[in-house]
Design a protein around this ligand. Sequence first.
Ligand SMILES: Nc1ncnc2c1ncn2[C@@H]1O[C@H](COP(=O)(O)OP(=O)(O)O)[C@@H](O)[C@H]1O
Ligand SMILES: N[C@@H](CCC(=O)OP(=O)(O)O)C(=O)O
Length: 268
Amino acid sequence: MKEDLYKTIVVKVGTTTLVNENGKLNIVGIEKLVRVISAIKNSGKNVVLVTSGAVGAGAGRLGIKGKGDIRIKQALAAVGQGVLMQFYEKLFLEYGVNVAQVLLTREDLETDIRRQNALNTLTTLFEFEVVPIVNENDTVAVEEIVYGDNDTLAAVVAKLIGADLLVILSDVDGLYTMPPHEPGAEKIPYVKEITPEIEALAEGSYSNLGTGGMQSKIKAAKIATEAGIAMAIISGESPTDIYNILDGSTACGTFFEPKKAGECAKEA
Ligand SMILES: Nc1ncnc2c1ncn2[C@@H]1O[C@H](COP(=O)(O)OP(=O)(O)O)[C@@H](O)[C@H]1O
Ligand SMILES: N[C@@H](CCC(=O)OP(=O)(O)O)C(=O)O
């Protein structure tokens, strides 16, 4: 891994990578991810893991099917968040990496004093060489003040901590010209600029588990690249691709070029 290309990295993992369709945890997938993040951490970089999956894991634990209304989702998240953290704790500890749970709401990141407190906590965790594991605080985030998708949350956190790379792991290995289950869909390997044409390609989620689909990932890419942060969408099945990205490759999944300082975003 190149030492100086990317120093602070945010890795976001979606429910579709963490939880099987039957609601059980994807043990092999989570183990692979934890191993990669631990290796990156041990190479001396700062890493934040933004994890989804609380609602999905909670539904699996209680044997509840379907997404349900907001009240049900909040209760499921309260159950599933503990399930996820217990598993992350166990796996990261095997590699000698300490982790911390950080639950945030949009209000926390949009209120000056609370945003500063969140930043202080995250930078202090870096000083202690801890990997912060972030999720939205679903139990208290109600409709009007919710991000609702962790892609946006991950981009906002990346901007807050001055990250230089955001990697989004999904059940799809990048942005396609149309939802990948449609015949003729082709992967777009490199996005220099997020134009309205690029935005128009992205649709919502087609799975029972995911939230936001490709639309929220492109929204995240806009926030990140406009803040000068590179972003990649890669398959959750191959987290080792992150090593290649850290070595400077832009050939994995879809790579979004960051804007350079002084470059202005074009009006839509
Ligand atoms: N243009 C597109 N390219 C790729 N995926 C797309 C596109 N439009 C919609 N999608 C959908 O976005 C999904 C990924 O988002 P989502 O279901 O929210 O999963 P995650 O749990 O990774 O956040 C894909 O499985 C795909 O069906
Ligand atoms: N905060 C929610 C995740 C919301 C979300 O964005 O999900 P996903 O589309 O799977 O990344 C949870 O933990 O279930």
